[in-house]
Design a protein. Structure first.
Ligand SMILES: Nc1nc2c(ncn2[C@@H]2O[C@H](COP(=O)(O)OP(=O)(O)OP(=O)(O)O)[C@@H](O)[C@H]2O)c(=O)[nH]1
Length: 222
């Protein structure tokens, strides 16, 4: 059966969750991504037809279904289908115990309620534990998590959980500041509203001075 129904059945049989912000890479077989993309294309074409758009004669929308399917599957929702990025870790040989911050990192995500962009910036603060990791890997993990449909609170927690699990720091802070197009482009149409999510773990939760130091370090990076 070459359809996404076979993939959903596989996930059901394995008892796996496949919510919008879950990653399902470990349940996919070779070729499944092409099956998903082809089926999404068919359904986007049906949406265009339901919107009474003449894609056969309108040169602007002729290839829109194909473009949108590729964008969803290979770009903006790729974090659902791709395996987690590898993290290069080094032993913390010199016993580094100081805070470092990384940011701003671009937030490019999608609101799972209206499937429109959620964009902004985020910062990560780390007090290392036994491992020191390549800082670009924080960005790779962040992009992998964010490129799924989300609500911001869950995205921030999911990123913090993943980083905590993979780098086992003494302290971890994740701050996400994002604008939601579902509140700008439509709906309440508030153009300047920003949602801020703060996650403080380990030393950042327990030590107010460390938290303040982190906030001071990032405060001039709007
Ligand atoms: N908590 C939270 N809410 C979000 C996020 N993104 C969007 N929302 C809200 O989710 C809600 C969606 O619920 P509905 O009331 O069913 O959607 P709607 O009728 O289109 O609502 P309006 O946007 O008010 O027009 C809206 O209030 C959105 O503003 C997010 O990341 N976190």
């Amino acid at each position: 059966m070459s359809s996404t129904q076979a993939i959903r059945e596989r996930l059901h049989d394995a008892g796996a969750s496949f919510a919008a912000n879950d990653n399902i890479a470990e349940y996919l077989l070779p070729g499944d991504i092409d099956v998903i993309q082809a089926e999404v294309e068919q359904h986007v074409q049906a949406v265009l037809e339901a919107l009474v758009i003449d894609t056969s004669r309108d040169h602007n929308t002729k290839a829109t279904a194909k473009r949108v399917a590729r964008m969803y599957v290979r770009e903006v929702f790729a974090g659902r289908f791709e395996s987690a990025p590898e993290i290069t870790g080094f032993p913390n040989a010199s016993g580094l115990n100081e805070l470092y911050t990384l940011g701003p990192i671009a937030v490019r995500s999608t609101c799972s309620h209206h499937l429109v962009p959620m964009t902004g910036r985020m910062w990560v603060g780390v007090v290392p534990g036994e491992k020191v990791i390549g800082i670009s890997k924080l960005v790779r993990v962040a992009n992998w998590i964010m490129s799924r449909p989300h609500i911001q609170e869950e995205a921030a927690v999911m990123l913090a959980d993943e980083l905590e699990r993979r780098i086992q720091p003494k302290g971890l802070a994740v701050i996400v500041r994002a604008q939601h197009q579902c509140m700008i482009w439509r709906g309440v149409r508030e153009t300047d509203t920003i949602m801020i999510t703060n996650i403080m773990r380990g030393a950042f939760r327990d030590d107010r001075t460390l938290r303040s130091e982190f906030m001071a370090l990032i405060k001039d990076q709007p």
